[in-house]
Design a protein around this ligand. Structure first.
Ligand SMILES: *Cc1c(COP(=O)(O)O)cnc(C)c1O
Length: 396
């Protein structure tokens, strides 16, 4: 048994610090809710809870439309969105600035007449001017797909600037906001977007098992008129419209325990308030970036202004094996960091500061653990300066 395995085996009841990009771990109220009663889905108490959770989700989205919950991890919501919103006549403009945007293109191609891809290097973000030009050059575009926080790159796309361009062009905007919702400003109807997919396991600090969808009236109309939009299918969004609003309306059994947990997540989010939540994420993100640079690392995103407040990606220094660095941080200090994903594997090392980990301990502990492991790999990490810089940025 290696050291890492030994620590994992011995870690029950001991602190293991989750600095990953999610699942980010449960807060105590959410853990308690997850252990609550798993009721029959048509029990009046569950119907009441479900309706209340949908209302709370609407408040969290700051929207007047009734949101939809699909009962599978956020990838279900994204694939269902592609299958439902993109009809066989539609031309899709897919904005790609990273692994998730690229991945969405594969689903889009399955359903669309044509997919036009606007791709930038994965350390940059999609530019509103380029989107404007693409929409002018292709007035036939019906759906624009974008990713808000490209988690593998640690970047945030300027959706608030892109959304009005899409609306002006008469197209529908579909946004993957899984890793930004609950940490950064995501206001679907104000952007305005038409279909936004999020999940509870990132900034809301819930378990991974649900897809939470904002759907505009325009998106509903387009899905209703799409003869190929899934019905009587696990991929159906249409089947879940209005679910739980009166009795006997669930297409199949909802994930009761996940709804119990989501209720607690949303209550916490709404009690703290979205502005306070955003400030907390901003402050911790600033400290992680300042501390990481003082440690001797470079940010992966080319421009600091495009860094996400929910995850920071650092470039892996020349000659360093990031897998060994992360394994050592986990084994020696119980610090769980994230590596790269897709084509960024081996190129970035990431600190998640989402939801439960968007707290001041994260920059201090995560950078100390990362620095200590980098040293063991021969990289001269300046841990003292990193901790000082992080504390200064936190204002502690
Ligand atoms: C986490 C995440 C998802 C969900 O995908 P998984 O591969 O299941 O983690 C989707 N989009 C983004 C941007 C995410 O960060």
């Amino acid at each position: 048994m290696d050291q890492g395995q030994a620590l994992i085996e011995a870690s029950w009841g001991r602190p293991v610090f989750n600095f990953s990009v999610g699942p980010t771990g449960l807060t105590d109220p959410t853990r308690a809710a997850l252990a609550g009663p798993v009721l029959y889905q048509y029990d009046p108490a569950f119907l009441q809870l479900y309706a209340s959770v949908v209302r709370q989700l609407g408040r969290a989205f700051a929207c007047t439309e009734v949101p939809v919950i699909l009962h599978g991890e956020a990838v279900l919501g994204l694939e269902a969105a592609a299958a439902s919103l993109i009809s066989a006549d539609d031309v899709v403009l897919n904005l790609v600035s990273g692994v998730f945007g690229k991945g969405f293109g594969f689903w889009a191609r399955r359903y669309a007449r044509e997919v036009i891809e606007l791709e930038v290097p994965y350390n940059e973000v999609n530019q509103p001017d380029e989107v404007r030009q693409a929409l002018r050059a292709h007035p036939e575009v019906k759906v624009v797909a974008a990713v808000h926080c490209e988690t593998p790159s640690g970047t945030i796309n300027p959706i608030a600037e892109i959304a009005p361009l899409v609306r002006d062009a008469g197209a529908l905007l579909l946004v993957d906001a899984v890793a930004s919702f609950g940490g950064m400003q995501v206001e679907p109807s104000r952007w305005p977007a038409d279909l936004v997919v999020v999940g509870p396991q990132k900034c809301l600090g819930g378990p991974p098992g649900l897809s939470l969808l904002y759907v505009s009236d325009r998106a509903w109309a387009h899905m209703e008129s799409n003869p190929a939009a899934p019905r009587a299918s696990i991929l159906s969004i249409l089947d879940w419209r209005g679910a739980g609003e009166n009795s006997e309306t669930f297409p199949f059994t909802p994930s009761v325990a996940e709804i119990n947990a989501l209720d607690a997540c949303l209550a916490q989010f709404l009690a703290e308030g979205s502005e306070a939540v955003q400030r907390r994420h901003q402050r911790v993100a600033r400290a992680v970036r300042a501390g990481g640079r003082a440690l001797g690392l470079s940010l992966w995103p080319r421009n600091e202004a495009t860094c996400s407040d929910t995850v920071t990606a650092f470039a892996v220094p020349e000659g360093v094996d990031e897998g060994r660095v992360r394994a050592r941080a986990r084994a020696t200090m119980g610090a769980m960091l994230s590596g790269g994903q897709g084509e960024l594997t081996g190129k970035v090392i990431r600190i998640g500061h989402m939801g439960p980990s968007a707290q001041p301990h994260t920059p201090v502990l995560a950078l100390a653990a990362l620095g200590n492991s980098l040293r063991a790999e021969g990289f001269p990490a300046d841990i003292g300066s990193a901790v000082e810089a992080a504390l200064a940025a936190l204002g502690e």
